[in-house]
Design a protein around this ligand. Structure first.
Ligand code: FAD
Length: 460
């Protein structure tokens, strides 16, 4: 959409009684307010409505609709395609709505629609409680949960959407709706993977679990050992307790004390160990990996909130990521996966990742619109680099990784792990039958497709 001037009277009307702030081009706060995680995204909204209340959200939506402006919804700003921003339209920015209230007796958390994982984890930590979050602390709870939500704890506690108890939503008409297992059940079902298609979620209630301690570990090998490490990792995870998670990855070895000097800054193969319990149990569960003769080791107990911020990716980099969900990871797939690691940009914060699923992820409800939950393995090329001259190279690497492992793909894909890859991938991400059912929910709550800056479900 082309940037356009917004009617001054309409803008004053929006500002009157608005509890948050309304930011427009030229304001000192404008550039910060339009910055998202992916530095490749440079969009200039006409209005950024930094909402502080549910009423602000409803007013911002009505304002956008009355003026015929495109509407984007911003939680944590982590969408790789920059779906939280629009050129010339209105951004419903939820970042101020980040309060988290924990009920330790009921083991639930009520989470504002603009909270990040860090807000949630830090609020639950004093009670020794946690729930499945993303793998970094800066991701928005909103986009994460509505897409399904996979993270370090998912094999133990299920996907984030499996822990969703209710959602409060402002619809395209500016009405407020509550969805749960008892109210608006079809909408509630749709919010288990259907993303931001149905309205703006102003709060979520999530189930929490007791988790006094977790273990985090990083084992590093020189890249030549990758094949053996990957096979061993696969074999361990195939019969591991649900508490063991983490991932196998190639990365740029960090310049840390526990890393040999000649490895730092170069490509390394790594096992990232996470365990929902003490280090002694983690070491037992990962014993075959620890016997492989690694070059560097860090294993430590931590609180879950600390684990979640331990691997925070730096903002300000250019991003491109994609994913394939695999039905198996036989030796041929291992070879195909490992061979593509050499094409990753090094040094950089990029990661060539294999995540395990299984455990509580696989056992979750079969009818939720997250068909990718059944795949035991996820291949996730996660590109972060700084030089625009590397854009094409980074994209090619991610595409080549997908092509290399495609023979083992289930075809389903988690939409939060991809950018704009076309309408067919959206259907693949939700499942064909689910897509039709979701389209009917969309027709009921957003018949004009006001919320289309997302992995879009067309009203049907
Ligand atoms: P935004 O860019 O703000 O929003 C993305 C989409 O969600 C938009 O379409 C927006 O309309 C919608 N949305 C956001 N909040 C709301 C709301 N309250 N109501 C309605 N719609 C809303 N995902 C995982 O599952 N596991 C991971 O481990 C993981 N790690 C990541 C690590 C990094 C460094 C990054 C950048 C992303 C990671 N992701 C992960 C992907 C992440 O889940 C998605 O990018 C997700 O969309 C981010 O949500 P957000 O609110 O931060 O995004």
């Amino acid at each position: 959409m082309v940037p356009q001037d917004v009617d001054g009277a309409a803008l004053s009307g929006l500002r009157t009684g608005f509890a948050g702030d309304v930011v427009v081009p030229g304001d000192p706060a404008y550039d910060e307010a339009r910055t998202v995680f992916n530095a490749m995204i440079d969009r200039r909204p006409a209005v950024i409505a930094q909402c502080a209340t549910v009423r602000d959200v409803a007013r911002a939506i009505r304002f956008g609709r009355d003026l015929g402006l495109e509407i984007a919804v911003r939680g944590g700003g982590h969408s790789v395609a920059g779906m939280a921003l629009t050129d010339g339209g209105v951004v419903v920015d939820l970042r101020r709505m980040n309060a988290v209230t924990v009920d330790p007796g009921a083991r639930t958390a009520r989470v504002g629609g603009g909270a990040t994982m860090s807000h949630l984890d830090r609020a639950a930590e004093p009670y020794g409680l946690a729930t499945t979050g993303g793998r970094v602390s800066t991701t928005g709870v909103g986009g994460f949960v509505l897409g399904g939500g996979a993270g370090w704890l998912d094999r133990t506690f299920g996907l984030a959407c499996d822990n969703l108890l209710s959602v409060e939503l402002v619809t395209a008409d500016g009405d407020t709706v509550r969805a749960s297992g008892e109210e608006n059940r079809e909408l509630f079902w749709a919010l288990h993977g259907g993303g931001g298609n149905f309205g703006v979620a102003t709060s979520f209630t999530l189930r929490l679990h007791p988790l006094p301690v977790v273990t985090a570990g990083l084992l590093l090998w020189r890249p030549e050992a990758g094949g053996d490490v990957a096979r061993a990792y696969r074999d361990v995870l195939e019969s591991a307790p649900d508490e063991l998670g983490g991932g196998l990855l190639y990365l740029t070895a960090p310049p840390e004390d526990f890393v040999p000097e000649d490895m730092a800054g170069r490509l390394a193969c790594a096992v990232l160990l996470t365990y929902a319990g003490p280090a002694r149990e983690a070491r037992e569960a990962a014993a075959p990996l620890l016997r492989l003769g690694h070059d560097a080791e860090m294993i430590t107990e931590a609180s879950y909130a600390d684990l979640q911020s331990m691997f925070d990716d730096p903002p300000g980099y250019r991003n491109y990521w994609s994913a394939e969900y695999l039905a198996g990871f036989p030796d041929e797939a291992v070879d195909a996966f490992c061979a593509r690691a050499a094409d990753m940009i090094v040094p950089s914060p990029s990661q060539h990742v294999l995540f395990p699923q299984g455990g509580a992820v696989a056992r979750g409800p079969a009818d939720h619109p997250v068909p990718w939950r059944r795949a035991p393995w996820v291949v996730h090329p996660f590109g972060l680099w700084s030089d625009p001259a590397d854009d094409e190279r980074a994209r090619r690497w991610a595409h080549d990784v997908r092509t290399a492992v495609k023979p083992w793909s289930t075809g389903a894909v988690y939409l939060n792990f991809i950018g704009r890859e076309g309408a067919e991938r959206v259907v693949a991400g939700l499942g064909e039958e689910n897509y039709r059912r979701l389209a009917a929910v969309k027709a009921r709550y957003d018949p004009d497709n006001v919320f289309h800056l997302n992995h879009n479900i067309k009203p049907g």
